[in-house]
Write a protein that binds this ligand. Structure first.
Ligand code: C5P
Length: 222
């Protein structure tokens, strides 16, 4: 069957991951969480004791690091210098520093070039902030997922509690707002609705509903 690159962008906790995984399953694509790449860079810097606000300190360590990619269970995983960060990518220190790291043009160049190489794996369902606008601007399958801030904070709070964290709902809301603000006001590839992207407000649907809208749109395009 033909190769499809499905780009799913949107702010934090808009439902991108769940929907991208579901789309990957139903359309036989490899699922790619591009945020994990920026989190991976951040994790590596924290591990090496690098100041995550200083591009001049980040760059040499990043360029020296050796990344390996593999597909398991129809999703892309990576190791950095032989270590797979796994769940550590979700840690609070990573979460708090990732938007600074992702704002650095040289970091974006590194990540974008690695994301583009994944095209050789076949069809992709890739989620992020700039997949439709920068990474794969030519794909016809562009989606922008959004949900109101209360709904997003509620979802993220539930996820954190399920992982055994103790953040308060109000803190979660504030930290999401901080991250979204940084992500949409930065100079390099800010979060925005890509040209031609199909916008889905996920506050109104459950996962099944969003998946149905997305699959419907894809078949309309074909
Ligand atoms: O999607 P996730 O919340 O894991 O992304 C973590 C961070 O990585 C985002 O807040 C953003 O700063 C950055 N990111 C990005 N471009 C992408 C994906 C993520 O800048 N395509």
């Amino acid at each position: 069957s033909k190769q499809r690159i499905i780009a799913i962008d949107g702010p934090a906790a808009s439902g991108k991951s769940t929907v991208a995984r579901e789309a990957a399953k139903r359309l036989n694509c490899v699922y790619v969480d591009s945020g994990a790449f920026y989190r991976g860079v951040t994790w590596k810097m924290l591990r090496e004791g690098v100041n995550t606000k200083n591009p001049l300190a980040v760059l040499p360590v990043l360029l020296k690091s050796k990344w390996k990619f593999e597909v398991r269970d129809r999703a892309v995983f990576f190791s950095i210098d032989g270590v797979e960060p796994g769940e550590a990518l979700r840690d609070k220190d990573v979460r708090e520093a990732v938007s600074d790291i992702a704002a650095m043009p040289a970091v974006r160049k590194f990540v974008v070039s690695n994301l583009r190489k994944l095209k050789k794996l076949g069809s992709l369902a890739m989620e992020g902030r700039d997949i439709g606008s920068v990474v794969f601007p030519k794909t016809p399958y562009k989606f922008y997922l959004d949900a109101n801030p209360e709904e997003r904070a509620k979802r993220r709070h539930a996820e954190l509690i399920a992982r055994g964290e103790t953040e308060k709902a109000q803190e979660v809301m504030e930290s999401l707002e901080r991250r979204d603000k940084k992500d949409s006001t930065r100079k390099a590839a800010p979060l925005k609705i890509a040209d031609g992207a199909y916008v889905i407000d996920t506050s109104e649907y459950d996962v099944e509903g969003v998946a149905r809208v997305l699959l419907g749109r894809i078949s309309d395009l074909e």
